[in-house]
Write a protein that binds this ligand. Structure first.
Ligand code: NDP
Ligand code: GDR
Length: 359
């Protein structure tokens, strides 16, 4: 390959392509004319539903822009080396993770393997292939690194205090990325992304759990929604906006870490209220602690109950991000705000439950 055509290559490799962010990022990069390669895990049932449409869509097969999946796993170094050697990507987005905070307390060692050591494996695979000066590397870091609230709003300089095996594993990944950037002069950066959601969000994260349940309640397919801590606060944005920031971070001359957030925070309780508002129901709160319930106004019908099984051994109470650096350097700003996000997720889940009540 001539050096001119080499420097024009736009080839992305995405780990975690079957996840929420991977699917939006793949769409975004295909539209930008990238060849997109993704790593998928072997699974006993189909795990590609979020990217199924990319096979069907004609733009994925246009010349110079295509889409290819490779079997692999973040726990298997040799497959990572093989895939990188074969694909020779110009950009790598490391999105693969055991990404559920509560489940990380049950799968702590596995979470460390995939989210922490997995990141190291990928960085080393780049070096093994001799591509450390040619590849730009994005790491999916997280606002969970801030954990216990030391200050708000949280920015790139706020100290970390992880509060789960997930966050501790991601802390290792964060620092190994910084270390490889400094030690080997690699273009490697951390996107410290605050929570971001969408109709494609995994069903057991709180926003999607709420919108699915409230959609089912509106269609009389379910009566009550059981939740854990209603008072934790999160800075919720839209995944579509956030994947654009990932790409922007890899377009600079020099790698830097960035916070990506909306700068607004809302409690889980506020999310519940907004979702019920969408279906024309107002919730009144009665009782306290584990006995608190949300009742449909003007009736005695209980719609929200607390189930302590959803509490975490250590909780992250308040996340609120300051994305000024991204605004100044990347010209990135979130387009979708809280109310719009709840509406989009509610509309999508009502549509889904109408079509398939068993979804
Ligand atoms: P998801 O849980 O939706 O997707 C995770 C992806 O990782 C899936 O494709 C999953 O595959 C894959 N994966 C899991 N374990 C392995 C493994 N051992 N080997 C290879 N692939 C694996 O997460 P999101 O899309 O929401 O998040 C993307 C990344 O961003 C994650 O790293 C997450 O920790 C991080 N993050 C997310 C935020 C958010 O609010 N969404 C905020 C900040 C950071 P499969 O489909 O087969 O399960
Ligand atoms: P989080 O997201 O832990 O912030 O991690 P999640 O939606 O799981 O929890 C947010 C808050 O809601 C409270 N909560 C519940 N959570 C779940 N999942 N289920 C419930 O029933 C429930 N009831 C209350 C939680 O206690 C918590 O306070 C997400 C993931 O995407 C991570 O991978 C990512 O790094 C961070 O966001 C930023």
């Amino acid at each position: 390959m001539s050096s001119a055509s080499e420097s024009n290559r736009k080839v992305a490799l995405i780990t975690g392509i079957t996840g929420q962010d991977g699917s939006y990022l793949a769409e975004f990069l295909l539209q930008k004319g990238y060849q997109v390669h993704g790593i998928i895990r072997r699974s006993s049932s189909f795990n590609t539903h979020r990217i199924e449409h990319l096979y069907q869509n004609p733009f994925s097969h246009q010349e110079g822009s295509f889409f290819k999946l490779h079997y692999g796993d973040m726990t298997d170094s040799s497959c990572l080396v093989k895939i990188i050697m074969q694909v020779r990507p110009t950009e790598i987005y490391n999105l693969a993770a055991q990404s559920h905070v509560k489940i990380s307390f049950d799968l702590s060692e596995y979470t460390a393997e995939v989210d922490g050591v997995g990141t190291l494996r990928l960085l080393d695979a780049i070096r093994t292939c001799g591509l450390e000066k040619q590849v730009k590397f994005y790491q999916a870091s997280t606002s969970e690194l801030y954990g216990k609230v030391l200050e708000t709003p949280q920015n790139e300089k706020t100290p970390f205090y992880p509060r789960s095996p997930y966050a501790a594993a991601k802390l290792y990944a964060y620092w190994i990325v910084v270390n490889y950037r400094e030690a080997y002069d690699m273009y490697a950066c951390n996107g410290i992304l605050f929570n971001h959601e969408s109709p494609r969000r995994g069903e057991n994260f709180v926003t999607r759990k709420i919108t699915r349940s409230v959609a089912k309640i509106s269609l009389k397919q379910q009566e009550v929604l059981e939740l854990g801590n209603l008072d934790s606060k999160r800075d919720w944005g839209h995944a579509r906006d956030y994947v654009e920031a990932m790409w922007m971070m890899l377009q600079l001359d020099k790698a830097e870490d960035f916070v990506i957030a909306t700068g607004e925070t809302h409690s889980v309780r506020e999310f519940v209220i907004a979702a019920f508002q969408y279906i024309g129901k107002e919730i009144e709160w009665r009782g306290s602690g584990v006995n608190e319930v949300g009742v449909e106004k003007g009736t005695e019908i209980v719609r929200v109950k607390i189930n302590p099984k959803y509490f975490r051994p250590t909780e992250v109470d308040l996340l609120l991000g300051d994305a000024s650096k991204a605004k100044n350097m990347l010209k990135w700003e979130p387009k979708c705000r809280f109310d719009e996000l709840v509406k989009e997720m509610m509309a999508a889940d009502i549509e889904l439950m109408k079509k398939n009540p068993l979804a």
